[in-house]
Design a protein around this ligand. Sequence first.
Ligand code: ATP
Ligand code: MG
Length: 441
Amino acid sequence: MPGNGKKKARVYQRREVPRDQHNVSRSVISEPAKKVLSRLNNAGYEAYLVGGGVRDILLGKRPKDFDIATNATPEEVHDLFRNSRLIGRRFRIVHVVFGREVIEVTTFRGNAVEADNDNTDDDRKTSEHGLLLRDNVYGNQEEDALRRDFTVNALYYCIRDFTVVDFANGIEDLRNQQLRLIGDPETRYREDPVRMLRAIRFAAKLGFDIEPETEAPIRELSQLLTHIPPARLFEEVLKLFSAGYGEATYNLLTRYNLLAPLFPETVRAIEAGESDELIRQALRNTDARIAQGKSVTPYFLFAAMLWPALQKEWRQRQDNGDPVQPALHGAIGKVIGRQVQATSIPKRFSGPMKEIWELQMRLPRRQGKRAFVTMSHPRFRAAYDFLLVREGCGEIEPGLGDWWTEFQRLDERGQERMLSELSSDAPKKRRRRKPVKRPAP
Ligand code: ATP
Ligand code: MG
């Protein structure tokens, strides 16, 4: 730890911001979120909008989702809403489901050390690294605020009196565009290393600075992320790269040594000289797609993030004498096998990701019926987009992408013409035939 170890703990004071001094109003809160807040209030519980919902509205942005904090226990919340389900083990929370919108309701978290209490050992558990394995000790609103990650995420909005309640100078940090962890940063990162990724995600999305003390321990502690279950890291990777600020996020992850625990093989390949231009180009495209309201698929994202690792492995195998195709298959198996030790990749994504890669070899081969067969492949569109990214970043000569663009646009006659032009242009290729076994003389 840098410094003299005698850092003064910050003193936090509860502040209320009245209605006429902030811009949070009921009209910008979704109907489902308002419904959950009112029903909890009417049943006699405290309930507040908290987290990104309040933060983003205060910044004049549209919140991605609405989170609610209450003094009702998860079971009590579940009893109030038929359309709800209890989830989580590390954090028990309730999802109240309204069609496609899910409202996340959490019970105020307390401070285990100070709780006097009926909490059993089972409710709060830490590992030898200081990692919080479970955090289900309940408390009051103030304790809840101080267990949250960043000060700007610890702002509460009350729909009964329209006040915003600030426990950790979040409003001031919001004004100064700073991300500041509540409490001692190193302790908070050790409790939950994913907070380092959250710092990056919010810094990229909000364009905020990470305040110096919050920033200082990240590089050194980045390896703690290897203790996080791969399934949770997979979810975090998706959040990191599908918020519309993928390129900025990638730059920050690299700068803070946080890419290595997420994509160890990719970092190794880049350090060994592979280019990461394809990743950058893919993220730029992804950001543009999101800005246009389009979706991005996790398998495309992972196909791009692992491409440098695949290239390296593929080339090495060819250098060792493997023919192109088996070298590719071997490389795919190896790269995925290593990646799932860092982040999981659910089968429904790893399958299509492999297909995108394999199709890169089939896209140049168009003669005869091949182009039609390739185009009818369910992953053709994604593979074609991937090809365009490879061309866009200069990995391969441009031309093939345009050919496919044109081919898709034309009717069958036009397509046949393109194919016949192709065969007359193409230099005659020597066919490799399987050696025919002749009977011994
Ligand atoms: P967004 O939803 O826009 O990604 P958010 O701040 O709402 O951002 P969520 O993941 O929805 O993030 O979490 C809601 C709130 O829960 C956060 O604002 C924060 O107060 C708290 N929180 C979430 N994850 C953590 C964590 N790992 N440690 C401490 N507090 C957390
Ligand atoms: Mg949220």
